[in-house]
Unconditional design. Structure first.
Length: 339
């Protein structure tokens, strides 16, 4: 039995510049971290040559089928595409799930893609490094499943850690952010995450952004230039362990992100965000492409109780998070239980 795990992520600045329509012309960069919430892939062998798939996220079960009978259907399209891309034809039971609801802005779909590539490639005994895993996961989502996605989620889930990631036409560079340990722990403590409870299809929002980029909409391009510049400033402030500046830049980035597309925010989200700022947060943002999911705030400890109470009064649930240093991994539970 194999257990694959891949972390979810929080993106702090530069989101949108990881779309190829942008970075192939202007280069892109993001500040992003893996967090201690995960997607899971569990694989057990079968005695026949059929593949059976269970998805708890979509509450779906697809009965055993042989490799040449596999068809991509809603809820299993990612698993089936990874299996076929890696040419895996042995019999297995494949169970997939994540700790958050689909569309909640923490990169779950990309994390699951990375997880499936890592786990199935382990079964096929292909030795893939983190970059190869991230690139295959991205290619499957963007080019084979036609999802309108950027690249950062696959890279942060594959590599893990707290990183400044740069994108250009030919290469992706992952730079680990060097920050004072005490400042790192203080920043982790000052970040509060709340689940709004309204999920959305980020692909639809990103499709609109891609359209605006392709059509060279100047407001959208200027906003993307701005968040790329902010990611560089945030990287600089973090490298100097200036976490107060980090909080301020979150707020500036959110104001720029709202200009990407009319679907990034709505009146409900704006009201929640304003309430957070008025309750003591220095800055914040909606996670992911926008429209719903999770709301992130930077708030110093002395003001956190008030902020938490205000968010809870609106029906939001706090999600406890910590930064996570590792990327995707696969455990052989048979070896583990017999060690």
């Amino acid at each position: 039995m194999l257990l694959g795990t891949s972390p979810l992520r929080l993106s702090f600045a530069g989101g949108g510049t990881d779309l190829k329509e942008y970075y192939e012309n202007f280069e892109g960069s993001v500040v992003s971290t893996a967090i201690n919430h995960f997607t899971y892939v569990i694989v057990t062998p079968r005695q026949d040559n059929s593949i059976q798939i269970f998805s708890s996220d979509f509450q779906l079960h697809f009965k055993p089928k042989r490799y040449d009978e596999l068809i991509s259907e809603q809820g299993t399209e990612l698993a089936v595409t990874v299996v076929k891309s890696l040419g895996f034809q042995d019999g297995i039971n494949l169970m997939i799930n994540s700790e958050v609801a689909p569309g909640s802005g923490l990169g779950a779909s990309s994390s699951l893609a990375v997880n499936l590539v890592k786990t199935i490639s382990t079964l096929t005994k292909e030795k893939m490094n983190n970059e190869e895993i991230a690139e295959m996961a991205y290619d499957i989502g963007r080019n084979k499943l036609n999802w309108f996605i950027g690249k950062q989620d696959e890279y942060i889930s594959a590599f893990g850690g707290f990183n400044f990631i740069k994108f250009n036409k030919d290469k992706v560079t992952v730079n680990k952010i060097s920050i004072n340990r005490n400042s790192y722990l203080e920043l982790e403590k000052n970040l509060l995450l709340f689940y709004i409870g309204k999920t959305r299809h980020s692909s639809n929002i990103l499709q609109e952004q891609i359209k605006q980029i392709t059509e060279k909409n100047q407001e959208t391009l200027n906003s993307l230039h701005c968040v790329k510049d902010l990611s560089e400033k945030m990287y600089s402030s973090l490298s100097q362990s200036d976490i107060t500046k980090f909080g301020e830049l979150l707020n500036v980035g959110w104001e720029s992100k709202k200009k990407f597309s009319k679907n990034v925010t709505n009146q409900y989200v704006d009201e929640l965000y304003d309430l957070g700022i008025n309750s003591g947060a220095l800055g914040g943002k909606l996670t992911g492409a926008g429209g719903g999911g999770h709301l992130l705030f930077y708030c110093e400890p002395s003001k956190q109780e008030q902020l938490i109470q205000k968010m809870q009064s609106k029906g939001l649930k706090q999600v406890k998070i910590k930064f996570y240093e590792s990327g995707c991994k696969v455990l052989d539970l048979y070896d583990f239980t017999n060690s």
